[in-house]
Design a protein around this ligand. Structure first.
Ligand code: ZN
Ligand code: ZN
Length: 345
């Protein structure tokens, strides 16, 4: 599901660059929302004038979003997901994208888009855009003129980084007036600014807690990044020098470490158990996974492992001795902490 959202957002990124309508059509078909219903949101990205026709498409986009909200509400009703006031509670996925790809730093894109998608219906509930640029205003400024009356697309003066959180918070505020539902679980990329802004905004008042669920791809990607960071440190935090070959082993086995977790997720997901029982078992698997990968199979589950392979060396004692294992377990613990999110997503 999250992969689908990432795909949609990738296409939106392309759209920002190329302004090709066929991509919008493709995006729309992936989202199960008719093309003309979403293209108004994208047309804003083009930063040009808005025609009468796109005014119409904007209306149909809003209508489609309301319909998607209603469908979600029906599912939630059937499953009994309502609060004590009778308001429906649903899980949504949110993510943002910028017109310019940035990694960790250098967020200075001129446009940003964020979408909210119903987790069960897989339909777009909302797609919002923030623009720091308007071609008409810019042209007038360049010619030292005052821009003639136009529908201005510039709607953002803040930082590029803050665009996503702003769109998402605004839409959470609108979910009751627009859909009469509360988005009580949010599957996101763990973006701390979204979490912080939602916490500050309290869109449903102080007594409604929005549970944040991180997506599997992001949790595991961060895990790999942390492993690489730990493996490049010459000394562990205790000050002991880490032997080069152990640094290399840790870095080289990072995909195996990831794979041990994904294998456990797939297995635990299919079990016919209560949700909380599943993630407790998954948590155990995650906690044991480094021992399995580095050659200590004493606590491996049967579905997972048949014991040590011929000639396999248990590296855990050596890694432990120099402090490397303890350091690495910190990264593993973060993944284990997200066991519930991993079962859901
Ligand atoms: Zn303008
Ligand atoms: Zn094992």
């Amino acid at each position: 599901m999250f992969r689908m959202l990432c795909e949609v957002l990738t296409i939106i990124r392309l759209r920002v660059k190329t302004k090709t309508d066929s991509l919008v059509l493709y995006t729309a078909s992936r989202c199960s929302v008719r093309a003309e219903r979403v293209c108004s949101a994208h047309s804003v990205l083009a930063g040009g004038g808005l025609s009468q026709q796109s005014n119409h498409t904007e209306e149909t986009a809003i209508e489609a979003m309301i319909l998607a909200g209603n469908e979600k509400a029906e599912i939630a009703k059937k499953e009994g997901n309502v609060n004590e006031k009778g308001v429906l509670l649903i899980t949504v996925i949110a993510d943002g994208a910028w017109s310019k790809r940035s990694y960790k730093s250098g967020y200075n894109a001129l446009s940003g888009v964020a979408s909210i998608i119903g987790y069960k219906t897989k339909k777009v509930l909302y797609m919002g855009v923030r623009n720091k640029y308007c071609s008409i205003c810019d042209k007038a400024k360049l010619n030292k003129n005052t821009a003639s009356a136009h529908l201005c697309f510039k709607n953002w003066d803040g930082t590029s980084m803050a665009m996503e959180a702003n769109i998402i918070v605004e839409r959470f505020r609108q979910s009751i007036p627009m859909h009469n539902i509360i988005y009580n679980k949010l599957i996101g990329d763990g973006d701390s600014s979204v979490t912080k802004q939602l916490f500050l905004a309290k869109p449903y008042g102080g007594d409604v807690f929005i549970k944040q669920i991180e997506c599997m791809n992001h949790i595991l990607r961060n895990y790999l990044n942390r492993i690489v960071d730990i493996a490049t440190n010459r000394k562990s935090s205790s000050g002991t020098v880490v032997p080069g070959f152990l640094q290399k082993v840790l870095k080289d086995k990072r995909l195996k470490l990831r794979c041990a977790i994904t294998k456990a997720i797939v297995f635990r997901k299919t079990m016919t158990l209560q949700h909380n029982e599943k993630y407790e078992l998954l948590k155990k698997d995650i906690l044991n996974s480094p021992y399995h990968v580095f050659g200590d199979h004493s606590n491996c589950a049967n579905f997972f492992c048949k014991g040590s392979k011929e000639g396999e060396v248990n590296l855990v004692p050596q890694m432990d001795h120099c402090g490397l294992f303890k350091e690495f377990l910190g990264a593993r613990n973060i993944v284990a902490h997200h066991a519930e999110s991993l079962i859901i997503t």
